[in-house]
Design a protein. Structure first.
Length: 340
C-alpha cells in the first residue's frame, strides 16, 4: 500500500526540544467526543476510560498515555480524533492516579506494569468480539505496550491486529540519565513536580508509604523511583525497576505487527538506544522501525506553513492500523473462499 504522506519536519519548529514542546503549548484541537467510564479492578481500585463510540463492528483503538499524561494530553486527543476521523471507536486508558481523582490503593502506575492493560484489553475484546482491535502507546505507554506484547507472545485476543509505539524510552536507565542533563531537566522538573504532589497526597492516606520530608526533598526522577516506584511495586530500587521494566529486552518476543515511531533527536533518550532497537528489529519481522532524524519526543510536527501545522504521528498510526486491518480482512476473505 502506498504511503499517503511522507514525513518532513516543519522548518519553523527546529530542534528536538521545540518539537517536543510545541504540542503542549501551541497545539489547538477540538476535544474528541468521548464518554467517561470507571471500571473497578479486581484489587479494589478503579481505572478510568474515555471512550469514543462507533458503529458496532467498527475497528477500535486502545490508547496508552505517557508519564503523567491525562485525557488532555495533546497526543492522546490527537489519536482519539484520528480514530474518530476514520469512523473507528477508541478507548483511552488512564493509568492509576492519572484520572480525575487519585486512585484508592497504595500503588501507582509505572513503566513496566502490564496487568491493567491486560485487564482492559480482555474486557474490550469480550465487549467487541467482531471488531478489529489495535493498541497505541506513547512514551511510557509505549514501553508498557511493548513489554506487554513481549510477555504475551502469541497469547493475545484474536481480534488484535496491530500495535504502534511512539517515542518509547526502551531503556529506562539510560532514559533516566538523559532526562537529568541539559535542557531535558525541564521535562524532569515537570514530571517530578506532578509525581511528588501525588505521592504527598497518597502518603497522607498511607503514612507508611514514605516520610513527607523525604518526598519533598526529591530532586530527580531516579530519586522518586528509588523512594516510591521501586519499593512500592516490588523492586529493590530504581535500577532494579529500570532493568526489569524496560521494553528493549522484550522486543524479540513480540509476535504482533508493531510500528515503532521515534526520532533520533528525542531529548528524553540517547540516540544509541535506537541503534540497539534497530538491531533487534532486524531479527523480528513483525517490528516495523521508522526512526526519523528530527521530531523530538511525541512531536513529529510537519507542514509548510506555521498556521497550518500537521501532526504526523497520529496520522501514521492510523495509516498503519488501516493497512493491517485491510490485510486481516483480505486474509479472512481468502480463508472463506478456500473453505468452500
Amino acid at each position: 500500500m502506498a504511503r499517503e504522506i511522507i514525513y518532513s519536519p516543519a522548518w519553523w519548529v527546529p530542534g528536538g526540544h521545540l518539537q517536543t514542546l510545541w504540542g503542549k503549548f501551541f497545539r489547538r484541537q477540538t476535544p474528541a467526543p468521548t464518554v467517561v467510564e470507571r471500571w473497578d479492578t479486581p484489587d479494589g481500585d478503579f481505572l478510568e476510560l474515555h471512550r469514543l463510540v462507533a458503529e458496532r463492528n467498527a475497528p477500535r483503538m486502545l490508547v496508552l498515555h505517557g508519564l503523567e499524561g491525562t485525557v488532555h494530553s495533546h497526543y492522546a486527543q490527537g489519536l482519539l480524533n484520528e480514530a474518530a476521523r476514520r469512523g473507528w471507536g477508541a478507548d483511552l486508558l488512564l493509568f492509576r492516579s492519572c484520572s480525575s481523582e487519585l486512585n484508592r490503593t497504595r500503588r501507582f502506575y509505572h513503566s513496566g506494569e502490564t496487568g491493567d492493560l491486560a485487564f482492559v484489553l480482555e474486557a474490550i475484546a469480550r465487549e467487541f468480539p467482531t471488531s478489529p482491535l489495535a493498541l497505541a502507546g506513547v512514551s511510557l505507554g509505549g514501553n508498557v505496550l511493548l513489554k506487554f506484547l513481549g510477555e504475551k507472545g502469541d497469547d493475545l485476543p484474536p481480534q488484535l491486529k496491530a500495535a504502534a509505539a511512539i517515542s518509547v524510552p526502551f531503556d529506562l536507565a539510560r532514559s533516566s540519565k538523559r532526562i537529568n542533563h541539559g535542557l531535558s531537566k525541564l521535562y524532569q522538573r515537570f514530571f517530578l513536580d506532578s509525581l511528588r504532589r501525588k505521592a504527598q497526597e497518597k502518603a497522607q492516606r498511607f503514612p507508611d508509604l514514605a516520610p513527607q520530608h523525604r518526598i519533598a526533598a526529591l530532586r530527580t526522577l531516579e530519586d522518586f523511583d528509588n523512594l516510591i516506584t521501586g519499593p512500592l511495586h516490588g523492586f529493590r530500587n530504581a535500577q532494579d525497576y529500570y532493568e526489569r521494566s524496560s521494553s528493549l529486552p522484550w522486543l524479540g518476543r513480540v509476535r504482533l505487527k508493531t510500528l515503532l515511531l521515534s526520532a533520533v533527536d528525542d531529548p528524553m533518550l540517547p540516540p544509541e538506544v535506537l541503534d540497539e532497537v534497530r538491531e533487534t528489529a532486524k531479527r523480528n519481522r513483525v517490528l516495523r522501525v521508522e526512526f526519523v532524524k528530527r521530531g523530538g519526543h511525541a512531536g513529529f510536527v510537519t507542514g509548510s506553513l506555521p498556521w497550518r501545522p500537521f501532526y504526523y504521528a497520529e496520522h501514521r498510526v492510523g495509516e498503519f492500523f488501516a493497512e493491517q486491518f485491510d490485510q486481516a480482512s483480505a486474509a479472512r476473505g481468502m480463508a472463506k473462499q478456500g473453505g468452500r
